[in-house]
Design a protein around this ligand. Sequence first.
Ligand code: UD1
Length: 366
Amino acid sequence: MSSSKTDDLILLAGGLGYIGSNVAVQLLLSGYRVLIVDNLANNGYDRLAEIKEVCQLENIQETNRLHFENVDLTQRDETIAIFQEFKPYAVICLAGLKAVGESVAQPLRYYDTNLTIVLNLLRGMEYIDCCRFIFSSSATVYNSNSTPPFVETSPIGITLSCPYAMTKYMIELMLEDLVKYNASLQVSVLRYFNPVGNHASGLLADNPAVPLNLLPIINNCLLYKRTLKVFGSNYDTPDGTPLRDYVHVEDIASAHTIVLEKQSGYSVYNIGLEQPMSVLEMIDLYETVNNIKIIYEIVERRHGDVPVLCSNSQKLRNLGWTPKWNIADCVKHCYEAFKKQRLLLDFKTQQSLLDFKKQRLLLDSL
Ligand code: UD1
């Protein structure tokens, strides 16, 4: 590392996403310069403005610490050009496709995209002798026959449920192997458990067009007054619904800056709160903390769901990682995001009503 972090530029691939934008904020607040490389697939330039707002990058000098390049990282020449121009000190990769169901429907697209992005980034790094890489992996790589809580050395691979999980597993294997043959390469793999919550500012929210995870789906049900479907209540768990290790997105983000400062060789870290919660417990907590009612019904199990996913995250804690938010904070911040979404929807409905009334007046005057 150079004498001052201010000189160190971190290339953040996929930095406009839900987790990526939170990582960008943590890096900037820790004193790094950040180059976000993103293809704007999930978020637009407004997300960049939110990152600046959260970090209060007001004057020009400060704003210059954040750069953005709209690049498709599956394109090798364009990716290498970015490395030649910016010469980053380290690379954090959060770019890629991540929908489990979609990966089953389009496996080749998943293998092609996720592996190509990592290969292109590694080639770019090789080009300029950059040797620090952090990869966002997932608890999904753990072998479903292993017994939780998982430690980093628990078996991975073999019985993975989908191509998305396979891409994470294959990339991990490749990275570990590369480090064997290149003593100067430093690679950290972060296995996220269930990222939830939103930045406490209410900005950088997880607003996918089609929500796929429990808390964004709860928000969607509240927004459109729908019934939440609970996928199965006959699992071998205390209340019959699956247990998950939910962890706040800001705490996931802070793990990146901690790991970046302590990289050495190849290392893997779990990121979870180590407090497994069932689906029914999450619903109950959401209702209690936010004083609202969630209408739900029990339906069939969802294909691919496992009964328990829970981490042992001691290795990361030993590096100095201390989660700032608990699970109640996660559901509170999630509900804050819901309220923002509802305001926006109300505003759009009002606008359409106004437009409708204007058109009627115009028609009546003809
Ligand atoms: C999912 C992905 C996993 C990914 C993780 C990251 C699947 C099968 N797995 O994990 O690969 O790393 O997100 O966020 O998609 N649930 C309901 N009703 C709903 C939605 C969810 O009951 O409408 C239940 C699920 O059955 C599960 C729990 O809520 O037991 C959490 O689900 P979800 O948020 O989708 O996360 P995972 O399935 O654990």
